[in-house]
Design a binder for this molecule. Structure first.
Ligand code: IMP
Ligand code: MG
Length: 186
């Protein structure tokens, strides 16, 4: 999707979240590093700003370097841990921000953990979703775009740390998995 398509859809979603969370002061938790670009635009689109909205970040990883298939386990590390296992989510209305929901494993683990740690609510917001790739049943509460089973890069999404700063979302050509030369716009 192009910059214009991203801007339009992210703005629309931000406005919807501002309405849905007008009286609930969300704790907006982004997953590093992929969700950073999306989250930066999304929170600025949440106007008027929900009173008391806070931002936090988690580091979650389910990929090995250069791999387009996930490894079996999800490792999680909060950037500012106030508890051994994560963020101070108790009593908070959490909005988990993901770049992409693929198998669903990463988001499912994070949501489950936040609920176990006493979040008042925990909802999933994602830029992209690949429903055909799910290995567990997980429907994002808010999703900008559903995409087919292709490897997406740009607007925060990477392949082997490359392409994150592209202002649009493109599809990595399969021949690039070996050489990682470039993305192409979709
Ligand atoms: P899941 O746990 O399989 O849902 O994977 C989620 C994570 O895998 C995302 O946050 C991304 O970091 C990564 N990922 C999955 N699909 C893609 C893709 O098409 N492009 C870039 N990263 C991806
Ligand atoms: Mg990611």
């Amino acid at each position: 999707m192009t910059e214009a398509q991203l801007r339009e859809r992210v703005t629309e979603l931000g406005q919807q979240l501002a309405v849905d969370y007008a009286d609930r002061a969300p704790l907006v938790v982004g997953t590093l590093k992929g969700a950073v670009v999306f989250m930066a635009d999304l929170v600025r689109a949440m106007q008027p700003l929900p009173d008391g909205m806070h931002l936090e970040f988690l580091r979650a990883s389910s990929y090995g370097l250069g791999a387009t298939e996930r490894r079996g386990s999800v490792t999680v590390c909060a950037t500012a841990p106030t508890k051994a296992s994560g963020l101070a989510v108790a009593g908070r209305h959490v909005l988990l921000i993901e770049d992409i929901v693929d198998t669903g494993c990463t988001a499912a683990v994070l949501l489950e953990r936040m609920r176990a740690e006493g979040a008042a609510s925990a909802r999933l917001v994602t830029l992209l979703s690949k429903p055909s790739r799910r290995v567990i049943e997980l429907a994002p509460d808010y999703c900008c775009f559903e995409i087919p089973d292709r490897f997406a890069v740009g607007y925060g999404l990477d392949f082997d740390e490359r392409f994150r700063s592209l202002p649009y979302v493109g599809v990595l050509r399969p021949e690039c998995y070996a050489t990682a030369q470039s993305g192409s716009e979709v």
